[in-house]
Design a binder for this molecule. Structure first.
Ligand code: UDP
Length: 330
């Protein structure tokens, strides 16, 4: 990273993963510019040392103003809607914000000769693969519009690279969780729909019970299996991806997960242990668009990027999230 001259633009830097990224960049001494429309992000989550521009990536004029004013070397792009259920109910919103927003962003980057970008993709691009764990070369066949828009973004980047030379790293996250050690930022969606924060809201008395969405899946205990990965480890992978591009390496796609799958019931059980709270649970209907099991093979990121997640047990990840949930700042 020695040769880096410009600033890092974090698009969606007020969101859950984006805000942790901004903290990591600033801890590493980088100059950071944040763009966010605050539709789901929090102004309080933006590090005070980052320069913040409020606006939407679908707005080309706004992007032009930022790019004319700032000297951007890298872009890390998080801005997207990311709820599976909402995407099945409102696919058009997902195509506009995720895909069209990225098109406008790319138009602006081409215009300004910014040629390196790291962006958020998702395990949802795979759909329900036949084999676990999932490697990057497996078939992509999304089961919901959210995953479909992430896959479409990846294809868009591929063709834009061919035409305009923008190199990219696409990071397919599995299930992000946990919070920054400082206690200053953490996971805070409104409304909250993710499993771990909801379970911890039951533990802290903000919610009566956790609903388990289906127990008739083809998994070890009938509940969905997911691969949980700490948000600070995700941020770390983006740093490595920037270094990878800096060294002149070719565009690539990497899975980011721990490589271990936990069922919904196992998550609840670990949360009971960590929080020492009973956490009432009830079984409900399946949620539309949920695959049975998603577990990452993350050897590619470990070998090529040199990434190694520091949080390697679900206990540590849930403890980190619990520290935030006991005392959230926003
Ligand atoms: N889930 C659940 N109850 C909830 C929220 C989520 O049983 O209140 C399940 C969901 O069906 C999925 C897993 O927990 O199998 C993780 O869901 P989440 O929304 O956290 O992340 P996703 O896998 O959709 O990215």
């Amino acid at each position: 990273m020695e040769q880096q001259s410009g600033s890092v633009l974090v698009v969606g830097g007020a969101g859950y993963i984006g805000s942790h990224m901004v903290y990591r960049l600033i801890e590493q001494g980088k100059d950071v510019v944040v763009i966010d429309n605050l539709s789901t992000g929090h102004q309080e989550a933006i590090h005070e040392k980052a320069r913040f521009y409020k606006g939407d990536i679908c707005n080309r004029e706004f992007l032009e103003q930022v790019l004319e004013r700032e000297q951007i070397e890298y872009v890390i792009h998080f801005a997207a809607n990311s709820l599976v259920k909402e995407s099945t109910q409102n696919p058009l919103k997902y195509y506009v914000n995720n895909l069209y927003g990225t098109i406008v962003l790319l138009e602006a980057l081409v215009e300004h000769h910014i040629d390196k970008i790291v962006f958020s993709s998702s395990a949802a691009t795979y759909g329900q693969p036949e084999k676990m764990p999932i490697t990057e070369d497996m078939t992509t066949n999304p089961t919901n519009p959210y995953g479909e828009t992430k896959l479409a973004m990846e294809r868009l980047f591929h063709w834009v690279e061919q035409a305009h030379g923008i190199r990219y790293v696409s990071l397919r996250y599995f299930n992000a969780c946990g919070a920054h050690e400082s206690g200053e930022i953490g996971e805070a969606h409104n409304p909250e729909t993710h499993l771990i924060p909801l379970v911890l809201q039951v533990a802290s008395g903000k919610r009566e019970e956790i609903q388990i969405f289906g127990e008739d899946y083809n998994t070890k205990d009938g509940t969905c299996v997911r691969d949980y990965v700490h948000v600070c480890d995700l941020a770390d992978a983006h740093m490595k991806a920037m270094e990878y591009l800096q060294k002149g390496n070719p565009s690539a796609i990497f899975n980011l997960g721990s490589g271990t799958g936990f069922s919904v019931k196992e998550v609840i059980e670990v949360a009971r242990k960590v929080t020492k709270q009973p956490i009432d649970a009830v079984v409900k209907e399946r949620r539309l668009g949920d695959p049975d099991e998603l577990v990452a093979a993350s050897e590619k990121a470990r070998e090529i990027l040199g990434w190694s997640p520091k949080y390697d047990t679900l206990e540590d990840m849930i403890s980190s999230a619990w520290k935030w949930h006991k005392n959230p700042r926003f």
